[in-house]
Design a protein around this ligand. Structure first.
Ligand SMILES: Nc1ncnc2c1ncn2[C@@H]1O[C@H](COP(=O)(O)OP(=O)(O)OP(=O)(O)O)[C@@H](O)[C@H]1O
Length: 254
């Protein structure tokens, strides 16, 4: 059954015309993930790829294709069944548990549902990300207003999440994700709850963050966004990496 499935999948298309140079931030080396509940259906199946410092790329695929699994492997929420994963020079498959919080300091995460703390102000939500890693009050007082200026929310420091629009809430969550200046920003459906115009503003912001040197990986179903932006696209289909394309398009019927 599994081999029949893989035979019916498209062959991986790789655009080799302008391979990026430099240091890989992320390496997947023949990664397979099988959840015990679905032993015959790998969530990821022999995935190999590299993502380089400063790239901006989309991870696309139907529901259940393995995007969340890919992200959860990167943050070491889960471990692969087979294969190796490196983030910078760290081998996540052999990393000791005590090192995982240090890995996560280097990865900012943004989610579809913002995950803001409702009883904290905008300033406090962002400050909290620095407090939990032991940053001083001085650092917090300098960096939080600075990052909120970058995301265009200087006027909203004292507002609570429920006083903000969806787009503004997503900006707070982006500010929180980057306030510690991680080299890698992962966004899981960042525009999933937003209208097209607001989504465009969020993507502009993510591109601006990318231009400061941050590597940005966005898992999305947002066909229009992917088609308009023409950045690198990695496509998953039933756990297989089926496409890795520079200046790609969404490429699935939705
Ligand atoms: N904890 C789990 N236990 C068992 N199977 C799982 C688990 N998490 C995911 N799966 C299965 O692994 C496959 C990939 O799921 P995954 O959540 O990674 O896909 P996805 O592309 O992120 O989907 P979506 O776009 O709906 O979030 C699916 O078949 C799913 O049912």
């Amino acid at each position: 059954m599994a081999s029949q499935l893989s035979q019916s999948l498209p062959v991986l298309e790789v655009d080799e015309t302008s391979a990026p140079l430099g240091t890989p931030v992320i390496t997947f080396d023949h990664v397979t993930k099988v959840y015990p509940a679905q032993p015959n259906k790998p969530a990821l199946n022999d995935v190999s790829l590299q993502i380089f410092a400063g790239e901006f790329l989309f991870l696309v695929g139907h529901s259940g294709s393995g995007k969340s699994t890919f992200i959860r492997l990167l943050t070491r929420e889960i471990k692969p069944t087979e294969g190796k994963i490196y983030v910078a020079d760290e081998d996540l498959t052999t990393m000791r548990n005590w090192r995982v919080p240090y890995l996560r300091r280097n990865i900012g995460c943004v989610f579809q549902d913002f995950k803001l703390l409702p009883n904290k102000t905008v300033f406090e939500n962002v400050a909290f990300a620095l407090e939990v890693i032991g940053k001083s009050r001085h650092v917090i007082k300098t960096q939080v207003p600075e990052v909120l200026r970058l995301v265009g929310l200087s006027e909203k420091l004292n507002s609570y999440p429920d006083q903000l629009s969806g787009g503004q809430q997503q900006r707070v969550s982006i500010a929180r994700a980057i306030v510690n200046r991680p080299p890698l920003l992962i966004c899981d459906e960042p525009t999933g709850n937003l209208d097209p115009q607001t989504s465009r503003g969020i993507m502009d912001l993510l591109e601006r963050i990318n231009r400061t040197g941050t590597t940005v990986l966005i898992a999305t179903h947002d066909r229009e966004m992917v088609d308009n932006m023409r950045r690198r696209v990695i496509a998953l289909d039933r756990g297989h990496l089926t496409r890795d394309q520079d200046r790609g398009v969404y490429g699935f019927d939705v």
